[in-house]
Ligand binder design. Structure first.
Ligand SMILES: [Zn+2]
Length: 162
């Protein structure tokens, strides 16, 4: 029996006849629980709160105006893009290169790059503000965990900044 000399990984636990089904773990933005979805899934039913939720990453490239931007995945706002939303809710994280007029709730890192501007509230376990970014009249909250960041969703406290 030949064995690859540089094999360092333990064999998969799954039975040999099963095809490998990769999954990714997402966090429901409505109840903050974690579960696995197929890598390319765009939406899913949360097995805990049974509600339909968006799980794909959202990229905003052009002018955007609307109510909520919601996903279990990540949200990216491109350079020279102006987005207006009541709430931007991302389970995984938020990357802002452009301008966001609205509040952010994230279960992961919120990063404002060099020319980013945020006007609103930001609640996330980590907020990274690069030199050149602008915080315009924003309220920043940094809860200890992703769960704490996401858990109060749906409470009046989460109403968009006045
Ligand atoms: Zn849920």
């Amino acid at each position: 029996m030949s064995v690859l000399p540089n094999t360092t990984h333990a064999p998969e636990e799954a039975a040999s006849w099963m095809p490998a089904l990769p999954t990714r773990t997402v966090r429901c933005y409505l109840c903050a629980c974690e579960f696995d979805v197929a890598p390319k899934a765009m939406s899913a039913s949360c097995p805990h709160c049974y509600r339909r939720i968006v799980v794909e990453d959202v990229v905003i490239r052009g002018p955007w105006w609307g109510g909520k931007i919601e996903t279990c995945g990540a949200v990216e706002i491109h350079k020279r893009t102006r987005a207006t939303a009541t709430v931007l809710l991302a389970g995984a994280g938020v990357l802002i290169h452009g301008y966001l007029d609205g509040s952010v709730v994230s279960g992961g890192l919120v990063r404002l790059t060099e020319r980013a501007t945020v006007k609103g509230r930001v609640r996330a376990p980590r907020i990274e503000i690069h030199p050149g970014a602008v915080i315009d009249n924003a309220l920043l909250e940094i809860p200890a965990t992703p769960l704490e960041a996401l858990a109060p969703i749906g409470t009046p406290e989460l109403a968009p900044a006045a």
